[in-house]
Design a protein around this ligand. Sequence first.
Ligand SMILES: [Zn+2]
Length: 178
Amino acid sequence: MSDTEKCIICGSAAGTLIDRSNLYHHCFYKCPNCGNFYVSYKFYHKKPQALEEVRRHAAVISGYIREMNEIGHHSKCLTSTLWVSILNDELVPKTFDEKAMKLLQYVERRMGRTGEPVNLYHGEQPALCYASSKDEVLLLIGMMTENGYLKPQGDGFYILTEKGRDFLDGKEIMVIEL
Ligand SMILES: [Zn+2]
């Protein structure tokens, strides 16, 4: 397996890929979109049809792994049973509005105490809000900006506005004007 192999979930070029399956029974991926995760040897080599299924649900699986990485639960191991449980996890957004909320939460988390603008990569990392494509992220970013929850700072960077904070604090209900 080479370093340039694509991420088995989202198809992005994996930053690092180490096959330790003969030693540790897993392969390690470091994906710019999904984050870090492991795949069990059994799953990777013996379950091609399950991997196909994972790819069909790539937006949810890579979004979930990304969120786990973001909140400090690193290195999720993808096994033939775990990926199915991800689909039903309560963290996973079910609606467009919930994806928008994930986007705002991501910006809030990344801004932290410093308040520095956050790179949204011009939509190139859809996993940060469980989006299914770059276009969907751009749509979400555009809507959140137009409705005053995010404010662009140039070159793909954004900050959460006061309105965005109030919404995440539960002081305001999101009203999206399409
Ligand atoms: Zn990936």
